[in-house]
Design a protein around this ligand. Structure first.
Ligand code: MLT
Length: 237
């Protein structure tokens, strides 16, 4: 079994893909399903999200870290964790994370959303589904690698190596080295470029929340039957 880490999304997947956008898209996605949302629709564009407004549907996302015009919610996992979303479908579009999910879904067989908050459950689910490869895809920010995502990829890789034998690529070894270089996830996230940006715009609580390792057992899993070309449907898998 192969274990690979893409420090930025670049496509060409064949089996299980774990999409990681710790600050904050995948952390928020886990929180929505944890708080009862029936499904998440990750859209390819802002327009595709706005086109899905309607009864029983909430629009959530960000541009520049803040809610886009016309959206019901931003992309704050702290805000989501304080709410209840039973029976609702949440349409999500963000700057980097939702695009990474679409790239993964184009060729991946099983696509799961992973963060630090659901890391152990996501690793366990990926291991159960994989037959040849687990690819961990770091979303990054604006086309630049993010320390928070690489660190989370290292946490996921460490869990997976404890679950079985893998041939690791250079990306996996880099992620494991980063993971083993730091003891405190909250410090890693606060020290990352995007974590510092979020703190500057008053969202430091989100950064602290995203550092909670394996506090959730919810794993968003792509439902291949339920989406559309411009909207991927994820449910608690
Ligand atoms: C992303 O897509 O990278 C994140 O959603 C950005 C954010 O939430 O600030």
């Amino acid at each position: 079994m192969r274990l690979r880490v893409d420090l930025l999304p670049h496509g060409a997947y064949s089996d299980v893909v774990l999409v990681v956008d710790v600050l904050r898209a995948t952390t928020t996605a886990v929180a929505f399903l944890e708080r009862g949302a029936e499904a998440l629709l990750l859209t390819a564009t802002l327009e595709a999200a706005l086109a899905r407004q309607g009864a029983g549907v909430l629009l959530a996302g960000e541009r520049g870290g803040l809610p886009p015009a016309g959206f019901d919610l931003g992309n704050s996992p702290v805000e989501v964790a304080a709410g209840t979303f039973a029976g609702q479908t949440v349409v999500m579009n963000t700057t980097n994370g939702t695009a990474a999910a679409h790239l993964a879904a184009a060729t991946g067989k099983h696509v799961l959303l992973a963060a630090l908050t659901n890391a152990h459950a996501a690793a366990r689910r990926a291991r159960a589904l994989a037959t040849e490869e687990i690819a961990i895809v770091c979303a990054g920010t604006g086309g630049r690698a993010g320390m928070e995502d690489v660190y989370a990829a290292g946490v996921l890789a460490e869990y997976l190596l404890a679950m079985g034998d893998f041939a690791t690529d250079d990306g996996a070894r880099i992620a494991l080295t980063v993971r083993r270089s730091f003891g405190n996830p909250a410090e890693v996230l606060a020290g990352s470029a995007h974590g510092a940006f979020l703190a500057r715009i008053g969202l430091e609580e989100d950064v602290r929340f995203a550092a909670g390792v394996s506090v959730s057992t919810v794993v968003p899993l792509l439902d291949p039957a339920g989406g559309a070309e411009d909207a991927l449907r994820f449910v608690a898998g």
